[in-house]
Design a protein around this ligand. Sequence first.
Ligand code: NDP
Length: 310
Amino acid sequence: MAENVRTLIIGSGPAGYTAAIYSSRASLSPVVYEGMEPGGQLTTTTIVENYPGFSEGVDANMLMDAMKKQAMRFGADIRRGRIKSIDLSSRPFLAVDDKGNEILASSVIVATGAIAKYLGLPSEQKFRGLGVSACATCDGFFYRKKTVAVVGGGDTACEEATYLANLCSKVYMIVRRDVLRASKAMQERVMNTPNIEILWGCNTQEILGDMNGVTGARLVANDGKVFDIMIDGFFLGIGHHPNSDLVKEWVNTDENGYIITDGTSSKTNVEGVFAAGDVQDPHYRQAITAAASGCRAALDVEKFLLENNE
Ligand code: NDP
């Protein structure tokens, strides 16, 4: 028999856990499915130095664990596993988890996050967290006065490169064509930053390193020439993939798959379905902004259930 749940939260990054804290304190008895990566994207980094309240920084896994415990203290039911399918065509919504359990949810918060795209090189995985990063704002600080490379030519790569150029002595941009995809304004910012050098028409063949981490990258130019650059850090800037596949049959998304929410609220086009965190945020993608949107989603759900006497 299906289990009745007032609020189902799908995802366990800062957005999901914050939604769980707020909704459990409001006695909504939320059930949270942690998904494939408990704690979310943040757990792929090491120290978080920009989350307010931690003057010395905080270990990412510890931060997420603390958020989880905080939610559990107020009664959130946090479960391992993922929601395999969900039918949002009518309320209550029928969700099925990966063990086949059925849940009938009066409201849903989608906080499934996004995933950075990687090139798919084995060496990229080997040095992940040891010089390979997909988040300049998270990890750039560790490369102060050092040399780094950013791969990609879109707005993300340009933003990462200009951010890193403020910290690092030199930033290479590895761009596979001879043009940038980024907006004109972003392109101008890159062009006007003297310590950014664009390596046009180049692809990364391998990331080089030793037991201490990244030391360089082997590039292949479009004319076939292979050459190495010496770097301390390698940043991916080739885009993100929002994890909206589960709901996109019903929930409106933009052309890149990000869930569209109504103004500053967390409401989607489906009544009773709310979205929070990176799955609906192509721009900021910070732990603190995700947490804030999780808070908004919980408050929106509370109001929604109250208005519907549920
Ligand atoms: P984009 O898809 O716009 O750009 C991806 C870039 O990475 C392209 O230059 C692409 O090259 C390159 N790339 C993709 N795959 C590979 C690969 N395997 N090897 C090498 N290079 C690769 O993604 P973004 O994340 O930059 O932007 C996504 C959306 O978010 C856009 O609409 C953007 O405008 C928006 N955005 C806006 C920001 C802002 O306004 N501040 C900040 C960040 C993003 P190619 O061009 O050859 O395809």
